[in-house]
Design a binder for this molecule. Structure first.
Ligand code: NAI
Length: 338
C-alpha cells in the first residue's frame, strides 16, 4: 500500500483534472498475477505506458514488494498493490482493462494442456471477480491453455449475466511477434517492417501462421514454409527447453502483452484502424472461438476479420488446427458446466 494514501489520492485527482482540461486520456489497468515471471516486466512496461493513469497490481504473493519497487519510477501512472483474494474486489473496481497472466507456466516435456487442472480454477476465480467488480472492463487473458481458458472465462461471464464477447480477448500476440521475428530473419528484413497474421489458437498445431499473407508481399520455398511454420508453432517450447525447468517465455511475453494491451487502450480511446490478432468469440469457422485479426475500438473487438485467401498448405494446417481446437474449447466449457 502507498505510504501516504491521502497524498496519492490528491495526485490522482490533479491528474484527472489535467486530463479534463485536454491532457492525454488515462485508463485504469489491473494486472492479475502481477508478481510472476510475466507479471513483473509487464507491470513495469505498463507503468511506462502514457495511456495508463492508474495501475493495480494483484497477486497471491509478493505484490506489495513489486508495487513499492515500481512506484518509485517517475512515470505518470499511479501504482497500487493488492494481495490475496480478500483484496481482489478492490483491485478490480473501476478498471477499464484487466490483464491476466496468473497461473503456472510449463516445464520441459509439458504441453499447455497439462496446465489445465491448475490454471482453469485460477482463471474461473479471477473472472468471477471481474464479473462482480468491473463487468464492463476489457479482459486480456494470457494464462494457458488460452484455447481453454478463454471459453472458461466466457462461461463464467455468461453465468454472471455480464458476457460481452467483444470484451474478452485471448492474447496470441507472442505468436505474431515470434512469426515477425523469424520471417524477418529468413527474408533479411528488419522485423519492425514485417507483419505475419497468425490465426487459429495458441498451442502447437493450432498456431497457424499465414505465410501467404505476409506483408511486405514475399514468397517462400516449401522448405522455408516448413521451417517457419514449425519454428513459430514451437517457439514457446524452444524457450521452455532453454530455461530448463525455470519456466516459459516471460520477457518476450511481457513485451507482446504490452503491445496488445496498448492496442486495446488506443482502441478504447477511439483511435481508428487498430488491428491485431486475438483469440475471440468468432463466426469465421464453425468453432465458437478462433484467433484472427480483429479491429479494436471503444467497445473492444468490434470487428472480427475473415481468414482471407489460404494456400493449400494453410488449408491443410487449418483442418488440423480446428480438430485440436474443438477439443480444447469443449474442455473449457465443460469445466464450468460440469
Ligand atoms: P509464474 O509462475 O512466474 O507467475 C504466475 C503468477 O501468478 C505468480 O506470481 C503466482 O503467484 C500468480 N498466481 C497464482 N495463482 C494466482 C491467483 N489465484 N490469483 C492471482 N495470481 C495468482 O508464471 P508466468 O511465467 O508468469 O506465466 C503465467 C501464465 O502465462 C502461465 O499460465 C503461462 O503458461 C502463460 N503464458 C502465456 C503465454 C501466451 O502467449 N498467452 C506465453 C507465455 C506464458
Amino acid at each position: 500500500q502507498p505510504s501516504n494514501p491521502q497524498m496519492e489520492e490528491s495526485s490522482v485527482l490533479r491528474r484527472a483534472d489535467c486530463r479534463a482540461k485536454g491532457g492525454s486520456p488515462g485508463f485504469k489497468v489491473a494486472i492479475l498475477g502481477a508478481a510472476g515471471g510475466i507479471g513483473q516486466p509487464l507491470a513495469m512496461l505498463m507503468k511506462m505506458n502514457p495511456l495508463v493513469s492508474v495501475l493495480h497490481l494483484y497477486d497471491v504473493v509478493n505484490s506489495p514488494g513489486v508495487t513499492a519497487d515500481l512506484s518509485h519510477m517517475d512515470t505518470g501512472a499511479v501504482v497500487r498493490g493488492f494481495l490475496g483474494q480478500p483484496q481482489l474486489e478492490s483491485a478490480l473496481t473501476g478498471m477499464d482493462l484487466v490483464i491476466i497472466p496468473a497461473g503456472v507456466p510449463r516445464k520441459p516435456g509439458m504441453t499447455r494442456d497439462d496446465l489445465f487442472n491448475i490454471n482453469a480454477g485460477i482463471v474461473k476465480t479471477l473472472c468471477e471477480g471481474v464479473a462482480k467488480s468491473c463487468p464492463n472492463a476489457i479482459v486480456n487473458l494470457i494464462s494457458n491453455p488460452v484455447n481453454s481458458t478463454v471459453p472458461i472465462a466466457a462461461e463464467v461471464f455468461k453465468k454472471a449475466g455480464t458476457y460481452d464477447p467483444k470484451r474478452l480477448l485471448g492474447v496470441t500476440t507472442l505468436d505474431v511477434v515470434r512469426a515477425n521475428t523469424f520471417v524477418a530473419e529468413v527474408l533479411g528484413l528488419d522485423p519492425r517492417e514485417v507483419n505475419v497474421p497468425v490465426v487459429g489458437g495458441h498451442a502447437g498445431v493450432t498456431i497457424l501462421p499465414l505465410l501467404s499473407q505476409v506483408k511486405p508481399p514475399c514468397s517462400f520455398t516449401p522448405e522455408e514454409t516448413d521451417y517457419l511454420t514449425n519454428r513459430i508453432q514451437n517457439g514457446g517450447t524452444e524457450v521452455v527447453e532453454a530455461k530448463a525447468g525455470a519456466g516459459s517465455a516471460t520477457l518476450s511475453m511481457a513485451y507482446a502483452a504490452v503491445k496488445f494491451a496498448d492496442a486495446c487502450l488506443r482502441g478504447l480511446r477511439g483511435d481508428a484502424g487498430i488491428v491485431e490478432c486475438a483469440f475471440v468469440a468468432s463466426q469465421v469457422t464453425e468453432l465458437p472461438f478462433f484467433a484472427t485479426k480483429v479491429r479494436l475500438g471503444r467497445t473492444g473487438a468490434e470487428e472480427v476479420f475473415q481468414l482471407g485467401p489460404l494456400n493449400e498448405y494453410e488449408r491443410a494446417g487449418l483442418e488440423k488446427a480446428k480438430k485440436e481446437l474443438a477439443g480444447s474449447i469443449q474442455k473449457g466449457i465443460a469445466f464450468i458446466n460440469k
